[in-house]
Ligand binder design. Structure first.
Ligand code: NDP
Ligand code: VSD
Length: 309
């Protein structure tokens, strides 16, 4: 029954010979995805603000994979016109990867409104700008080539569960899920598959920066999910994109989170649909255990710090 029910139907999204456009492609997960896509024979374009870092990334991809056709586009995703210009320059896209993102964890009370707005503008509004700019040509492309296209959006496990220190970041990353679910309805008849990627802490230049300011409690709770290397996240992400998966978890805890938060998300895999139906109660129980542990940690931490004052 679930094999019949699971929707949208699964798809094979090939990368070889296709145009893969990756934002935040000059660093961390984005650079790892750009490198892996080039290795699979895709024509890759990368977008970020800093041109020098983009050029370095292009040189690294060319050195490793001998591709001389990596396109670089310096633009800020907050600037809708600059994003539209970059996509115009790059030409029609087959696979759009909205991976750019910024994260500064902080308790809401201590975080400035400017910093909150900055995260929401880049992580959420930037993704809107990209998809709106890329979509018309993407639709024409899937019609022309009769091959499925893909829009991949980089969320985070902090986009599946809200944890201490991530009010602004989680809000921006949860929002991407709403965007993605609604968008999948709108583009399915154009043969475009939406993928939402949910990595745990991943070793990147961005994470190194984040650690300079991350509250101790955020460190502890985020540690509930094992850290990963950028190359491994990139591989999971590309595998998810290639098989047209909507929810793409990256590690074991991520697979549990995916089942626990399945909600009303699209599901093309009958096997995953089966696990979701069977696992719902069990994973809710596991989630309550995790929450029990997190609240105990927070209460213990505050009790200890009060004593010290
Ligand atoms: N590392 C982690 O622990 C995790 C990361 N993620 C998500 O994965 C994505 C990538 O993270 P990671 O690789 O760590 O990040 P990095 O900080 O290493 O790289 C971020 C990339 O995004 C680009 N970028 C940032 N702001 C803008 C902007 N306004 N316009 C255009 N490009 C921009 C950066 O280039 P430039 O500064 O030149 O613009 C850079 O290329 C993010 O969306 C992040 O939220 C999710 C879960 C865990
Ligand atoms: C039912 C069972 C549930 C099991 C596991 C729950 C684990 C949740 C851990 C949440 C970790 C959030 C890390 C965010 C990383 C990130 O995005 C930052 N590095 C900034 O980018």
């Amino acid at each position: 029954a679930l094999a019949f029910l699971a929707r949208p139907r699964g798809a094979r999204v090939p990368l070889k010979g296709r145009h893969v456009f990756i934002t935040g492609g000059s660093s961390g997960i984005g650079l790892a995805m750009a490198t892996a896509a080039a290795r699979e024979g895709a024509r890759v374009s990368i977008l970020a603000r800093n041109l020098a870092r983009l050029e370095e990334a292009r040189a690294a991809i060319q050195r490793d994979w001998g591709r001389s056709d990596v396109g670089v586009h310096a633009a800020d995703v907050r600037d809708a016109e600059a994003v539209a210009r970059a996509l115009e320059e790059a030409g029609p896209v087959d696979v759009l990867v909205c991976n750019h993102g910024v994260f500064v964890p902080q308790e809401l009370e201590r975080q400035d409104v400017e910093e909150i707005k900055w995260m929401v503008d880049i992580n959420l509004m930037g993704t809107f700008h990209l998809i709106k700019a890329a979509l018309p040509a993407m639709k024409a492309r899937t019609r022309e080539t009769r091959l499925p296209g893909s829009i991949a959006i980089m969320s985070s496990q902090a986009g599946q569960v809200g944890i201490y220190g991530y009010t602004a970041y989680s809000a921006s990353k949860f929002a991407l899920r709403g965007l993605g679910e609604a968008l999948q309805h709108e583009v399915i008849t154009d043969n475009i598959h939406v993928s939402l990627i949910f990595p745990p802490d991943t070793e990147t230049p961005g994470l190194e920066e984040e650690h300079k300011r991350r509250p101790e409690l955020t460190n502890i709770i985020a540690g509930s999910s094992g850290g990963m290397k950028a190359n491994d996240v990139a591989k999971k992400a590309l595998d998810g994109i290639k098989s047209g998966r909507f929810i793409v978890p990256c590690n074991f805890e991520g697979a549990m989170l995916a089942v626990a938060t399945a909600g009303l998300s699209p599901q093309s895999s009958p096997v995953m649909a089966f696990l979701e139906v069977i696992g719902a109660g069990l994973m809710r129980f596991a989630a309550l255990c995790f929450q029990w542990n997190w609240f105990s940690t927070i209460e213990g931490y505050y009790a200890k710090n009060k004593k010290r004052e």
